[in-house]
Design a protein around this ligand. Structure first.
Ligand SMILES: [Zn+2]
Length: 612
């Protein structure tokens, strides 16, 4: 166990805005920061990062907590892994882990990340060393400067069966971990493992945060190598692992994110070298898919940075067929999708090197709306006078139109098709409706409204004030017992943060509340919502924004008194109800002594009894 004080220290040295800002595009909103929530799908940001409290909270899905909780939820780290990660980042040394802190702790995410990082170092050393000459020559041949090689952290896997294996094993990494990381492969016969990548140019694949999660390995011209890949696959990639999924990551996004945000546009290509060459020519908003057609998840990821996504294909590529099959997934992610075809059957890398950056920029400008592109493919060359052909072509058009979920967008395209084909809007609309009915689609309702925070109850308001205005803790703690707080989660927050806070550090001292991530998730969610919210604007749609002026003393006093009065009233009602039940029970038993005693002790109930 890591001591609580150490966790608190690590959190004190961590800036949550910097941490989350490294992964999500944060926008300043008053004193807080906003982003689209990474934990649920939304179109308007309701995810808040509060620098004063060092917490995050989403008003859409309710997720919330501190920096550690964010890493646990977002990066899927375990609690100790997250603490260790932040400790390293903040330069706090941790007490040695049990068992000497060796790697025998299991195959957690952090170990996988660690081993990938060490593999990267090894590959990069190889490329710089004497054995890397062939790979360096290859890079020169492709026009990659040492600066680019450095920026993209390219490396080289030695032509041996145990080049990497030996290095990592000497450092104490167990076979199982290396295999789980996809760096080695278990032998089919006998025991033991061997390097997955041999005599290949190594291209690290990062997550958005810049951590290496896998590798792509490009085959190199055969050397006098004994252990080159026998399979002769041009590109060999890391298998999917606990930290790497092809459909989730985009190659180069960590390097391109800033440019994508600035240009509000992302460029998607299909190969590592395409992306690298584009960056080399100043198109630093390029990313590459990792051997799959762009997934919805990747599309949403891009949607966090830009509203326009440009897909780049060479005209004869099977990629276009894949894009057609994939169209439905893409167009229903609400982005402006464009497609660019490069002439001459060249891939972006070859095109740039043949025609230069200016011609390439012009080609980008000539891009077309993605849906129009596929619709045009069906319309062009169509003989309007031939009813049979017209009907047949229309089927293809209707199929495409039917995949568009957003009714407004769909109608826009239907009108365009109607204009170009002479088929009436009406018959197109009907045909599309039939087609959607067959496909079992429902018109997706417009984005569901983000639930507004409900008007807080009296106890919620008091807890809020106690949390945010320490000066009021004494009065609130004196007037309320934990039992008065009926909501169990609020009760816990009340006793840990308001009563304890009141009894805790002397006034003026640096407050050191319990690290939030040590609390159960439901408490963290509630706490972060109370810290991220301004109750004086509850009911307006501007949740999460901070008020221009904090409430004054008088306003707070009125609220505290009003809430205490409301709670007392409720408490009185509950007590009276209990007494009434006790009286009735005593009466039924014929216990008149008890009845008299209860009535004598509680004159208010007596009054109640007289006026039924
Ligand atoms: Zn959310």
């Amino acid at each position: 166990m890591i001591p609580e004080s150490v966790v608190a220290e690590i959190l004190r040295r961590t800036d949550i805005v910097e941490l989350i800002g490294g992964v999500l595009p944060l926008k300043a909103a008053g004193r807080a920061h906003k982003a689209l929530c990474p934990f649920h799908t939304e179109k308007t940001p309701s995810f808040i990062v509060n620098p004063e409290r060092q917490i995050f909270h989403c008003f859409g899905c309710g997720e919330g907590g501190d920096a550690i909780t964010f890493l646990v939820k977002h990066e899927r780290l375990t609690f100790p892994e997250a603490v260790r990660y932040l400790a390293e980042r903040a330069g706090v040394s941790l007490p040695a882990a049990r068992g000497g802190g060796g790697p025998a702790e299991g195959e957690g995410r952090l170990h996988l990340l660690d081993v990938q990082r060490q593999a990267l170092e090894h590959f990069r050393e190889n490329l710089r060393g004497p054995e890397g000459s062939l790979a360096r020559e290859y890079l020169r041949g492709r026009g990659l400067t040492p600066e680019l090689t450095e920026r993209f952290q390219l490396g080289y896997a030695l032509p041996r069966w145990d080049g990497l294996l030996r290095v990592l094993k000497t450092r104490g990494h167990p076979d199982r971990l290396l295999e789980a990381a996809g760096l080695t492969v278990a032998r089919q016969t006998g025991s033991g493992h061997y390097d997955r990548f041999r005599h290949r140019l190594m291209i690290p694949i990062w997550d958005v945060g810049g951590k290496v999660v896998g590798f792509g390995g490009r085959a190199l011209p055969p050397a006098a190598a004994r252990a080159g890949d026998d399979t002769e696959v041009k590109y060999l990639n890391s298998p999917e692992t606990a930290i790497y999924r092809k459909g989730t990551h985009l190659y180069g996004l960590n390097l391109a994110a800033r440019a994508i945000r600035e240009r509000n546009r992302a460029l998607v290509v299909e190969g590592y070298f395409d992306a690298i060459t584009l960056h080399a020519h100043g198109f630093d908003h390029a990313v590459a898919t990792l051997g799959t057609a762009l997934t919805t998840e990747q599309a949403r990821l891009l949607g966090r940075y830009a509203t326009t996504v440009v897909l780049l294909f060479d005209p004869d590529a099977p990629g276009i067929d894949a894009a057609r099959r994939n169209l439905e997934h893409l167009i229903n992610v609400d982005l402006d999708w464009r497609i660019v075809l490069l002439s001459g059957g060249l891939d972006p890398d070859a095109y740039l090197r043949t025609h230069g950056a200016e011609a390439f920029a012009a080609a980008l400008e000539a891009g077309q709306d993605l849906v129009d592109f596929f619709l045009d493919g069906r319309v062009s060359g169509m003989d309007m006078a031939d009813p049979v052909q017209r009907a047949r072509r229309a089927d293809g058009l209707i199929e495409i139109l039917g995949t568009i979920d957003n009714p407004i967008r769909r109608e826009g395209y239907i009108q365009r098709v109607a204009q170009r084909t002479g088929i009436t809007d009406r018959s197109l609309l009907e045909a599309v409706a039939r087609q959607r009915g067959r496909a079992g689609r429902r018109d997706a309702a417009q984005a569901p409204p983000i639930p507004l925070a409900t008007l807080p109850t009296a106890e919620e308001q008091l807890v809020y004030i106690g949390l945010n205005y320490p000066a009021w803790r004494e009065q609130i703690s004196a007037a309320l017992t934990p039992e008065d707080v009926r909501d169990p989660i609020l009760r816990r927050i009340f006793s840990e943060f308001i009563q304890a806070g009141h009894a805790g550090p002397p006034a003026g001292s640096q407050e050191a509340p319990r690290p939030m991530s040590l609390l159960p998730p439901e408490v963290q969610r509630r706490l972060s919502s109370l810290w991220a919210r301004d109750p004086w604007s509850v009911g307006s749609s501007e949740f999460g924004e901070y008020p221009a002026g904090a409430p004054g003393h008088e306003e707070l006093r009125r609220t505290v008194e009003d809430c205490l009065a409301r709670i007392n009233q409720e408490r009185g009602a509950v007590e009276r109800q209990a007494l009434r039940q006790a009286l009735e029970a005593a009466d039924r038993r014929g216990d008149s002594d008890q009845v008299l005693r209860l009535l004598a002790e509680h004159p208010s109930v007596k009054r109640d009894q007289r006026t039924p």
